[in-house]
Design a protein around this ligand. Structure first.
Ligand code: FAD
Length: 430
């Protein structure tokens, strides 16, 4: 039997109630504050913003995270590879998260078009799928109280013409002067725009993800499954013995995507229609998913490796991290883990180069700029590889041209023969 309710309804409601009243107070504080001055401001309280705030905090640097939503935004599950676990260890939250998600021990790809089955050799590396809420909650819980301000939508950012320090305009009318701004505001980042980066590309592929609860246990074992039929790919990733995260990717064919994205019922219809020719275990999983966690991406947005290579993602003392820096297609499931790596590297460079005197005391503008340049230099080498590989896989998913597909396959074989090399990266000590 399957249910589509929260597995921890009472705890979840209590937590929501407590955080809501705390958040109301914080939003009120912000409203009353008028113009303000802060040292380090992080825009966006997703995985990247919270991990960056925590990494800085572990190095003795306090920051203020501005999140536009009224609560932490996180739906469904997220695959975390070995490289992500190394970063989580540096942040001090890996052992807690390991208790919430079982390791995935094997993987299998099957094509329903030609009956082909292949093993995906993932057992060599640590791979677990954690609930996004568990991840963002544990990051937030490790931060000092009032680090995250909810309901703070940043409308714009500019550099003060006199001091060259960043000035943020918030929707509630507040102006915030900061010494340092780190944009972790996702793929449509306003902060990235300031750096002169081009808008991310769009892949004509729709992505849906959610998870399903099986109170009496599921039958997928600890195996990650990828099943393809026509232009539909379904991924099934067990999280625990009774929770399964899944995703569907499908070529974008009609102009209906925008309409679908606005209605959970239409997303559900789209999902069930997409898997109608799949095995009954997949259909059952999709039909009984936890509706609150159904997430739909109309287009998948990504930055090409050339874009990463050619853009200097820093202006003065403003830089970016996470999807704001390196949105990538989800086909190697590395966007989130790469954001965790960013956090560790950024905090390390910042503490080494931009802090003077007492703990957490920010040095001159030049010192901050040098710290951010060092961070970006270190990250670019890593991100070039990740974005290249994920772009190639995305193109293979999107294209109908046999020639382009062949070219992508050749490049994959030449450059990325070892499919799991990207998981062996170590971002180093915090
Ligand atoms: C279908 C799909 C499946 C994926 N699967 C995986 C996976 O298995 N493993 C993996 O590692 N990655 C995966 N990813 C990628 C991963 O989800 C992202 O890389 C990750 O969530 C990026 O986190 P972020 O914090 O940078 O951005 P976001 O999660 O987008 O967070 C940005 C935050 O900033 C806030 N914000 C935005 N604008 C403003 C503003 N103006 N003012 C204040 N706040 C603002 C938002 O409300 C949000 O909370 C997947 C992506 C997709 C689309």
């Amino acid at each position: 039997m399957l249910v589509n309710r929260s597995p921890f309804p009472v705890l979840y409601k209590m937590h929501k109630k407590q955080t809501r009243s705390k958040q109301k107070q914080m939003v009120k504080d912000m409203d009353m504050a008028g113009d303000r001055r802060e040292d380090v401001v992080i825009v966006g309280g997703g995985i990247s913003g919270l991990a960056t705030a925590l990494a800085l905090y572990r190095k003795g640097i306090r920051s203020l995270v501005l999140e536009k939503s009224k609560t932490l935004q996180a739906t469904g599950g997220i695959i975390v590879h070995s490289n992500g676990w190394r970063a989580l260890e540096q942040l001090g939250v890996a052992s807690y998260l390991r208790q919430t998600a079982d390791p995935i021990l094997s993987g299998q790809f099957s094509s329903l078009d030609n009956g082909k089955q292949e093993e995906i050799p993932i057992w060599k590396e640590e791979m677990r799928c954690v609930r996004r809420t568990d991840l963002v909650n544990i990051l937030a819980q490790n931060l000092p109280l009032e680090t995250v301000r909810y309901g703070c939508n940043v409308l714009s950012i500019e550099l003060d013409p006199v001091t060259s320090y960043p000035v943020l305009q918030l929707q509630n009318g507040t102006t915030l002067n900061a010494k340092v701004v780190i944009g972790c505001d996702g793929v449509n980042s306003k902060i990235t725009n300031l750096t002169g980066a081009k808008a991310p590309n769009r892949l004509n592929v729709i992505g849906v993800r959610s998870f399903t609860i099986y109170p009496n246990g599921h039958k997928f074992g600890s195996e990650f499954k990828m099943i393809r039929k026509g232009d539909v790919t379904v991924g099934v990733i067990p999280m625990t013995t009774n929770q399964v995260h899944w995703f569907i990717t499908r070529k974008y064919l009609s102009q209906e995507g925008f309409k679908i994205s606005k209605s959970p019922k239409l997303i559900m219809n789209f999902s069930t229609e997409s898997v109608k020719d799949f095995p009954s275990s997949v259909k059952e999983m999709v039909n009984n998913c936890w509706l609150e966690c159904l997430h739909f991406s109309e287009y998948i947005k990504y930055r090409s490796p050339w874009n990463i290579l050619c853009t200097h993602f820093r202006v003065g003392t403003v830089t970016v991290a996470g999807d704001a820096l390196h949105a990538m297609t989800p086909f190697i499931a590395q966007g989130g883990s790469a954001a965790l790596e960013d956090a560790v590297v950024l905090a390390r460079c910042f503490a080494r180069k931009a802090v003077v005197g007492g703990p957490g005391e920010i040095g001159s503008k030049l010192m901050v700029e040098k710290a951010f340049d060092e961070y970006l230099k270190e990250r670019k080498t890593r991100l070039l590889r990740l974005t290249f590989e994920s772009t190639l896989l995305g193109k293979m998913e999107e294209t109908s041209s046999k020639l382009i597909k062949l070219l992508c396959i050749v490049l994959m074989v030449v450059l990325f023969r070892d499919l799991f090399a990207h998981t062996r990266y170590d971002c180093g000590k915090l």
